[in-house]
Design a protein around this ligand. Structure first.
Ligand SMILES: C[S@@+](CC[C@H](N)C(=O)[O-])C[C@H]1O[C@@H](n2cnc3c(N)ncnc32)[C@H](O)[C@@H]1O
Length: 226
């Protein structure tokens, strides 16, 4: 990642404490609803020793969750942000996963074509300057039976977006910094509409099998095959 891209991501995350937020919020993001969706749409296509890949794995907690469920799976994660890497390296060692410290913008993993059973890309696409190269690499890597699960923010009206946060930028005591932060994040989280995200995935050669909207349409989950 260029210094510029890394600084941009650091600003979007609001600083290094974003690591702790990702750890604290993991169980909410990947709770019963997620695992029910996984059981319905991903688990049935996984064989005995599946190969699983987490693109933008953050601190790497999904590697541990996968290892608990799939003791003999081959696990891979991709991450580059320095404040995520310390924990991601520890969890990769603990789970015997391979951590690829590389930029998703120029993703080219040392894995053969059609060698991965399931790829997760959770809350990452909106952070990329462009996801096309990564999605094409996902298509290359997926087995014919494989599945890509994309989960991300999608566009909602400003009023709905702001209501979902605790801090109200219209509160008279709200600082200019808070107001700017909320509206910057509106632009970043609402970058793609539901149809845009769907189209991007399909335009990269993947076929969407099923999709689900969450949180009144603020998030979209897409399952695609190569
Ligand atoms: C919102 S976090 C989500 C982390 C994890 N997927 C989860 O849901 O817990 C997005 C992650 O993608 C990573 N990421 C964003 N852009 C990246 C890039 N260009 N290369 C590698 N990782 C990137 C960030 O550093 C961050 O850890």
């Amino acid at each position: 990642m260029t210094d510029h891209a890394q600084q941009r991501l650091h600003a979007h995350h609001g600083g290094e404490h974003f690591h702790d937020l990702m750890v604290r919020s993991f169980d909410g993001r990947f709770g019963d609803e997620f695992w029910a969706y996984w059981a319905e749409n991903i688990a049935p296509i996984l064989g005995e020793d599946p190969t699983l890949l987490d693109l933008g794995c953050g601190p790497g907690l999904m590697l541990r969750a996968w290892r608990e469920r799939y003791p003999t799976a081959v696990l891979h994660g991709v991450e580059l942000q320095p404040y995520m890497l310390t924990t991601a390296r520890e969890l990769a060692t603990e789970t015997k996963a391979t951590l690829h410290e590389t930029d998703l913008h120029t993703l080219s993993l040392p894995l053969p074509d059609a060698s991965v059973d399931a790829i997760l890309c959770a809350v990452v696409i909106h952070e990329l300057r462009e996801p096309i190269g990564m999605l094409r690499e996902a298509k290359r890597l997926l087995r014919s039976t494989g599945r890509l699960l994309v989960m991300d923010w999608v566009r909602v009206p400003l009023t709905q977006y702001l209501e979902a946060w605790n801090e109200d930028p219209f509160d008279p005591t709200a600082s200019p910094e808070l107001r700017a932060d909320r509206l910057d994040h509106f632009m970043e989280h609402c970058k793609y509409s539901r149809d845009d995200l769907w189209w991007l995935v399909e335009r990269c050669g993947l076929t969407i099998e099923t999709a689900k909207e969450r949180a009144d349409g603020q998030f979209l989950w897409l399952v695609a095959r190569a």
